[in-house]
Design a binder for this molecule. Structure first.
Ligand SMILES: Nc1ncnc2c1ncn2[C@@H]1O[C@H](COP(=O)(O)OP(=O)(O)O)[C@@H](O)[C@H]1O
Ligand SMILES: [Mg+2]
Length: 334
């Protein structure tokens, strides 16, 4: 079972550049969460902070009870072993074939024999659909295969927490759909806590149990997917719809004058190529592939959200109630 990651009052500054301030949220055990945000808002910096590669100045990051900003090097080392990380480009070693790349953490961090290593490597290669490609070099395969190899490598130590930095970047829509499915299947199989950083709208709407959004150096929101998918918050709506109209601009922050000018252009009938209809709203979440175990995170989330219900905005509450009714009906039918 995955572990909880509780972030509180986290603030990071590089020199005079503040990246984000006072970020507070908790990744629930074994659930899949996604962090959205325009480019440059510090999503990668945030992931690196979670694994102790970057050190925020203020706040706490409590992972399974240990505050990694206060603990010793030795404790940090132990906490790090709980993580599997899929970096943006797979971050494979170019001179090693896929087998050696995937075996690397096992050889580095465990005393397993080569035959044990082989068994684990082949199991993970199969999981990500790469059996038969063990002897290929990263340079000889497609971006999608590199991602999957990176994912296989992130899984060999049976992580309690899986971090994926823009798993969709550089992938076509079909490959992205496969990868989305794979992430939920993995969550079903190993019940790890997952955090995905992405700006892929479709992935954000169909994969995670929980969504958060970074904007203007703050965490705008974090909560059950239904809350963000039905939110009236302009930043969230603009992002999930991929529109030009709204507070997010080409250089992240848009000034009032630009916003007014764009609103006037839209009034006058100028089309900026954004979809006409509002694509907000809750669409069904991807289910694990038939034959996979039930997602324990999903079961835990159902209970958790039931208890949160009174504090949620009305549209989110309605969406959750609909989902609960459908679930209960399906339980009775089976
Ligand atoms: N090690 C570093 N030193 C100084 N500035 C950094 C460092 N890493 C990232 N930054 C800055 O932090 C900001 C956020 O970067 P990043 O986390 O990569 O954004 P995102 O992943 O959301 O696109 C950028 O302005 C970047 O230049
Ligand atoms: Mg990034």
């Amino acid at each position: 079972m995955g572990v909880e990651v509780a972030v509180e009052g986290l603030t990071k500054t590089f020199g005079s550049q503040n990246i984000w301030s006072d970020v507070t949220f908790t990744l629930p055990v074994g659930e899949v969460s996604a962090l959205l945000g325009p480019s440059g808002t510090g999503k990668s910096v945030f992931l690196k902070s979670l694994i102790g590669l970057i050190r925020p100045e203020r706040g706490s990051i409590v992972i399974d009870g240990t505050d990694i900003l206060q603990c010793t090097q030795r404790e940090l080392y132990e906490v790090r072993k709980m993580f599997g990380v899929l970096f943006q480009d797979g971050a494979l070693f170019g001179s090693m074939d896929l087998y050696d790349n995937v075996a690397f953490p096992l050889r580095e961090h465990t005393k397993k024999s080569e035959s044990e290593v082989r068994q684990i490597v082949m199991e993970k290669m199969e999981l990500v659909g790469l059996l038969g490609a063990e002897n290929k070099l990263p340079g000889e395969i497609s971006g999608g295969m590199r991602k999957r190899a990176g994912l296989a490598r992130s899984l060999v130590l049976n992580p309690e927490i899986l971090l994926c930095d823009e798993p969709d970047s550089g992938l076509d829509p079909v490959r992205t759909a496969y990868l989305s499915q794979l992430i939920l299947d993995i969550n079903a199989q190993i019940d790890c806590t997952v955090l995905i950083v992405t700006h892929n709208i479709n992935m954000a709407r169909t994969v995670p149990d929980n969504l958060g959004m970074l904007f203007r150096k703050h965490l705008v929101m974090f909560g059950p997917r239904e809350v963000l998918l039905t939110s009236d918050e302009p930043v969230v709506g603009q992002f999930l719809n991929g529109r030009r109209l709204g507070p997010i601009g080409m250089s992240e922050e848009k000034d009032e004058a630009t916003m007014a000018a764009e609103a006037a252009m839209a009034e006058a009938g100028h089309s900026d190529g954004s979809p006409d209809e509002d694509v907000r709203g809750v669409i069904p979440q991807i289910r694990p592939t038939p034959g996979m175990p039930v997602r324990q995170g999903e079961l835990r989330r159902r209970e958790r959200v039931r208890n949160l219900m009174d504090d949620l905005p009305e549209p989110a509450r309605r969406a959750i109630l609909d989902e609960l009714r459908e679930y209960e009906a399906s339980q009775q039918a089976s």
